[in-house]
Structure formats: structure tokens, C-alpha cells
Design a protein around this ligand. Structure first.
Ligand code: NAD
Ligand code: TYD
Length: 350
């Protein structure tokens, strides 16, 4: 039985990857290692927690000794590394945490795997999950390709860029078997409500202001999270060692247009008059260093591995809204307690 380590599996994307791997590969033994920070939530995996090929370990990737021991205890064939601090606004408030987990934590994992695998790399793979934000910001035109020069602007994207460089350095220096993907913004179920889409859904539901940064003209390329998980599965098994793959939805939206679409879906779902939810739109002070536009050219992934996004955005967004409305208790559990403090600090009246 192949043993697969998935880090950050209790988070948003990680939980979709864990679910997919546990359900689709009964002959893989999946170890989900997660520190359970504010963003990690085992309730995301309630449906698979009793499965025979699944185990959860609560641990911190920043602990070097613990990572060395883990790789001694388990003979992992693959690692899918998703654990990270992932929210740009939190990275602006507290960059150090991002350096610790995203850079030091990643190097600890690389190091532990390299020592345990001890040059016997055949058939093994270390998959590093990264973001398109490492490429910086685009103007009105153009796309990020795998050759685009790194130009990160936020502490979050700088820490992810640092981790990507270490992963490539391990490949180039030690012949370590890595593969990297850089994906655009994800959306879907189990998304922590500090990020734009779930935050807006939650606020609209509760008739609270929808905070739109600046003029709402920043553009993001949105991808259904299960399409990302499917791409990761494909790249893990079929991608070329040492290569990078861009993953994106070919689905660019200005924030303000996205919010209007969401408001109209929510009006319909909540039985409100058309235009009612849009009255909650509130322009707030812009994010510092706010990247104008992200857009991915995913043609390498399409041409080499045949991957394409499966869902139209309107359909995916409606499914996402349905999930949040049907899972009120999931949302309420998160938005009580610490989240309230975060929200009050982040969204001070200007
Ligand atoms: P998330 O914040 O929802 O989840 C991160 C998970 O990592 C949480 O479960 C958290 O508990 C865990 N974690 C954090 N620090 C840890 C540590 N020190 N040790 C062990 N576990 C720790 O993030 P996400 O949105 O699911 O993103 C997952 C990965 O995908 C990240 O590497 C992120 O950079 C990347 N990514 C995210 C997006 C996106 O749109 N969300 C897009 C592209 C790439
Ligand atoms: P976010 O979901 O934080 O993802 P990222 O910063 O990684 O792209 O934000 C998506 C976009 O929405 C980004 O341009 C910032 C903007 N935004 C708002 O306008 N208001 C908000 O309250 C948040 C959280 C984000």
C-alpha cells in the first residue's frame, strides 16, 4: 500500500484533496498532517474520518525534529504539501507567521523527505502546491505562464515564492523529485469566511455590509476547488518531475462584478427583491500593495495532461451558495469566537 502524506488537509483546498485521494484510491494510505490553526477544521472531513485508508495527525511543520521523525515512522511514496498560512490580509498584519510556516515549514519537509528517501528517489514525488500570486500583478492584458518571472508583492506571496525557490533548489541541487503547481483563486465549499466569496455570502445572509476594497476593480481568475483537486491528482501521477504547471479557470472577474453576480444569486435564494443584497455593498479602504490582476495561462496543463476546468462560474457559484446556506452550523461554528476578533480588527470603520 502506497503511503501518501498530505499536509494542510484540514484546510479549504487540502480537505478536497484528502477526500478525493481517500475515496478514489482505496489502495493508498492517506496521512493528513495539519496543525489545526484557525484555518484548519476537521469538520471539513467528517464524511471520511472513519475510512480504513485514512489517518489524521495533528502536528506543526515548523517543528524540524517532528518532521524527521514522521518520515522515519512512515515510508511515504508521495508528499502533497498544502499546509500554509494563506490569507494576504493576515500576512500584511503579521508576516513572520508566514515566513515560519510557508518557508521554514516547507524546508523542514523537504529536508525530512530527502534524508528519509536517502537518494532512492525512483517512484517518489514531493508535490508542492503554490499560487499564481508569486508572479505579481498583471495590467489589463496578458497571462501568467510557467516562464513568467517571479515578482511577489505581499508578504504572503513573497513567502510562497521563497518556498517555491527552495523546492526547485532541492531538485537542482540534490536531484530531489519535485513537482510544483501554481494555481489561481479557488472557490467552493468549506472555504474559510475571511476570503472574499465566503465572507460576502456570510455577510449577505446576515444583512451586513459587503466590504469591497478600493474601487472593486481588481481582477481574479476563479477556479472551482474540485477542479484544482483533480488537477493535483493528475499532476501527481502524470506530471514531469522538476516541472511546474499553471492551473487556472480562464475565468476572470472584477471583484465588483463578481459581488453583483453573488448578490443576485443570494436575492433569488433568500427570496429577497432583486437589488436588495447589492445595497449592502460598501467600499472600504484598499488593501496595501493590492495586486491589480491575476490571470493564468493553463495551456501547458491542457496540452500535456488534458486537464480543463469542468464548471461554468455561474453554476459553481450557485452550488457554493447552496452549500453555505445548507451548512449554517459549519459557518456559525467558525464565525463565533476568534473569528469575530479578527473581523473587528480587519474591518475598522474608515
Ligand atoms: P487554508 O488556509 O484554508 O488551509 C491551510 C491549512 O494548513 C490549514 O488546515 C492549517 O491548519 C494548516 N497549517 C497552517 N500552518 C500549519 C503548520 N505550521 N503546520 C501544519 N499545518 C499548518 O489554505 P487553502 O486556501 O486551502 O490553501 C492551501 C494551499 O494552496 C496553500 O499552500 C496555498 O498557498 C495554496 N493555494 C491556495 C489558493 C486559494 O485560492 N485558496 C490558490 C492557489 C494556491
Ligand atoms: P481574497 O479572497 O483575499 O484572495 P486573494 O487576495 O488571495 O486574491 O481576495 C480576493 C479579492 O477580493 C482581492 O482582490 C481582494 C478583494 N477583497 C475585497 O474586496 N474585500 C474583502 O473583504 C476581501 C477579503 C477581499
Amino acid at each position: 500500500m502506497k503511503k501518501i502524506l498530505i499536509t494542510g488537509g484540514a484546510g479549504f483546498i487540502g480537505s478536497h484533496v484528502v477526500r478525493r485521494m481517500v475515496n478514489n484510491y482505496p489502495d493508498y494510505y492517506i496521512v493528513n498532517l495539519d496543525k489545526l490553526t484557525y484555518a484548519g477544521n476537521l469538520a471539513n472531513l467528517d464524511d471520511i474520518k472513519g475510512k480504513k485508508n485514512y489517518e489524521f495527525i495533528r502536528e506543526d511543520i515548523v517543528k524540524a525534529e517532528a518532521m524527521l521523525q514522521l518520515f522515519k515512522d512512515y515510508d511515504f511514496t508521495y508528499v502533497i504539501h498544502l499546509a500554509a498560512e494563506s490569507h494576504v490580509d493576515r500576512s500584511i498584519a503579521n508576516p513572520i507567521e508566514f515566513v515560519m510556516t510557508n518557508v521554514i515549514g516547507t524546508v523542514n519537509l523537504l529536508n525530512a523527505a530527502r534524508h528519509a528517501w536517502d537518494g532512492k528517489f525512483e517512484g517518489r514525488r514531493f508535490y508542492h502546491v503554490s499560487t499564481d500570486e508569486v508572479y505579481g500583478a498583471l495590467g489589463e492584458e496578458g497571462f501568467f505562464t510557467e516562464e513568467t518571472r517571479y515578482d511577489p508583492h505581499s508578504p504572503y506571496s513573497a513567502s510562497k515564492a521563497g518556498s517555491d525557490h527552495f523546492v526547485r533548489a532541492y531538485h537542482d541541487t540534490y536531484g530531489f523529485p519535485v513537482v510544483i503547481s501554481n494555481c489561481s483563486n479557488n472557490y467552493g465549499s468549506h472555504h474559510f469566511p475571511e476570503k472574499l466569496i465566503p465572507l460576502a455570502i456570510n455577510n449577505i445572509k446576515n444583512s451586513k455590509p459587503i466590504p469591497v476594497y478600493g474601487k472593486g476593480e481588481n481582477v481574479r481568475d476563479w477556479l472551482w476547488v474540485e477542479d484544482h483537486a483533480r488537477a493535483i491528482d493528475l499532476i501527481l501521477h502524470k506530471g514531469k518531475t522538476g516541472d511546474t504547471y499553471n492551473i487556472g479557470g480562464h475565468n476572470e472577474w472584477k471583484n465588483i462584478d463578481l459581488i453583483h453576480l453573488l448578490c443576485s444569486i443570494m436575492d433569488r435564494k433568500l427570496g429577497r427583491a432583486a437589488g436588495e443584497s447589492a445595497k449592502l455593498i460598501t467600499y472600504v479602504k484598499d488593501r496595501a500593495g493590492h495586486d491589480l490582476r491575476y490571470a493564468i495561462d493553463a495551456s501547458k496543463l491542457k496540452n500535456e495532461l488534458g486537464w480543463m476546468p469542468s464548471l461554468q462560474f455561474e453554476e459553481g457559484l450557485e452550488k457554493t451558495v447552496d452549500w453555505y446556506l445548507a451548512n449554517e452550523s459549519w459557518l456559525n461554528n467558525i464565525t463565533s469566537g476568534d473569528y469575530k476578533k479578527y473581523y473587528e480588527q480587519q474591518y475598522v470603520k474608515r
